[in-house]
Design a protein around this ligand. Structure first.
Ligand code: ADP
Length: 200
């Protein structure tokens, strides 16, 4: 079974493109929402986070205290590295278990969707990477339309932490152009046909 990553800068349309693959019956691992789920439900991780950041990391109902963690870790590089060092192995274990289940179910390939596949090093554990491309100005406009709570400055700050589109394009094994230069669905169908035949 092939394990293919799908990435792209914020607003590139990687969630939309991943959903097209999902409608073709391809299992898609959404790293962002799975990481949130693991942090909410993994009891080993809960103990580790409380030992590292204090019992306040979870509230009285056992819910992850996201505002607290954001306050202690998101603006401090050393604390953020500590948080990631605890969370990443548990999410990695979740991905491994999920992948094994898809393999047992007989799928030809799966997709792992993540904004930071290159930046996190996760690309090394995958058989190939699709980059969804759209230029920065188009991405910024889409995100401002999608996310009422984000300002143009927020979007620029997020983009500043991601590899440039040019760099991602240079490193990609496959590209889906979502910049209105060509139709998206035929690109997805062509990739899907190749992966089903086991082509890397
Ligand atoms: P990402 O997951 O890469 O941040 P999304 O898939 O959420 O991006 O797409 C960002 C926003 O742009 C969404 O609201 C989506 O519906 C919209 N969008 C995506 N592709 C296009 C497109 N080709 N034309 C217009 N809007 C698009």
């Amino acid at each position: 079974m092939l394990r293919i990553g799908i990435t792209g800068g914020i607003g590139s349309g990687k969630s939309v493109v991943a959903r097209l693959f999902a409608t073709l019956g391809v299992p898609v691992y959404d790293s962002d929402s799975r990481a949130k789920w693991v942090m909410a439900t993994d009891l080993v991780l809960r103990e580790q986070l409380q030992a590292a950041f204090g019992v306040e990391a979870y509230d009285g109902d056992g819910q992850l205290n996201r505002p607290y963690l954001a306050k202690v870790a998101f603006h401090d590089a050393a604390q953020l590295a500590r948080l990631n060092a605890l969370v990443h192995p548990r999410v990695g274990a979740d991905f491994a278990a999920w992948t094994a289940a898809q393999q047992a179910a007989g799928y030809a390939y799966i997709l792992k969707e993540a904004a930071l596949l290159y930046e996190s090093g996760a690309y090394r554990t995958l058989d190939g990477i699709i980059t969804v491309f759209a230029p920065a100005d188009v991405r910024a406009a889409r995100v401002l339309r999608r996310d009422a709570h984000r300002t143009a400055a927020d979007v620029q700050a997020i983009m500043g932490k991601q590899l440039s589109e040019e760099e991602k394009l240079a490193r990609a094994d496959y590209v889906v152009y979502n910049d209105d230069s060509q139709l998206v669905l035929p690109q997805v169908l062509a990739l899907d046909a190749g992966f089903r035949m086991g082509n890397k």
